[in-house]
Design a protein around this ligand. Sequence first.
Ligand SMILES: C[S@@+](CC[C@H](N)C(=O)[O-])C[C@H]1O[C@@H](n2cnc3c(N)ncnc32)[C@H](O)[C@@H]1O
Length: 273
Amino acid sequence: MAGPTFKDLEHEGWQNRAAHYDDWFGQISSQAFPFVLDAAGSDLSGLDTLDICCGPGHLVALLAERGAHASGLDFAGEMIRVALAQHPEQDFDQGDAEDLPYENARFDLVSCCFGLLHFHDPDNAIAEAFRVLRHGGRYIVTAWQGPEEAAGLVSVMMEAIQDFGTLDLPLPPAPPLPRFGKPDETHRSLAAQGFMDIETQVLPITWRPDRPEAVLDMIEHGMVRTTMMMAHQEDAARDAIRAAIVERVQAFDTGDGLKIPVPALMAVARKPD
Ligand SMILES: C[S@@+](CC[C@H](N)C(=O)[O-])C[C@H]1O[C@@H](n2cnc3c(N)ncnc32)[C@H](O)[C@@H]1O
């Protein structure tokens, strides 16, 4: 019998992290929301918006505060349960970003924050976002930048795994993690699905944990793919990776505590009229 797919493992990982998402990864990812809202505009009255990979639904609620008929979609039922508990007045659907349960041209604005790197086929997910947008509608996506773009949380984790463990792991095939942190690649991928007027911006997100070891807790409680990569290392390699992460993040001690860069790329694009 075939083993779990990448999507199966992602789904299980997010189901398990939903209840405490805001305590961990949400502290970092939510820093992108003011930039997304600026790009969306201050008055969204009467617009239909969809936040794909909505997690606990906070961006949906913020879009609704600006007047949008805002809805969110996530494939993890536990995330939808948390979103409905926190924002009972908003609409949330459980569904797959790669096969959206909406008719063509239904939305004026579609966002997807830190979702693309979790998809089995991100190009298909971009095509689905394009399909459900009306002509002239806008698409806003954010993704983490990798080691080639910037030093920070992602580069420390990836380089520690490369230096002390291996990336050649018995995991189902998955797209490269930092792909959509690269402006040129993001531009090319959005244009390939028909988007125009594509603009990208680096978001200067930082994380201020109270101690270096908190990075290991963040990985365990907040990150699905990195947890998979750690779980499949040999025991000695995993110990060495963990020690290297704790040591290397101390380079981001400002004297006033840790300030770890977690830069992200935001892309804003438009479906042609
Ligand atoms: C890193 S979280 C981002 C949540 C939120 N957008 C934020 O910025 O805090 C990724 C989210 O994507 C969801 N997700 C991953 N793959 C998905 C898919 N194929 N379809 C729908 N949701 C998916 C997960 O359940 C999780 O809630």
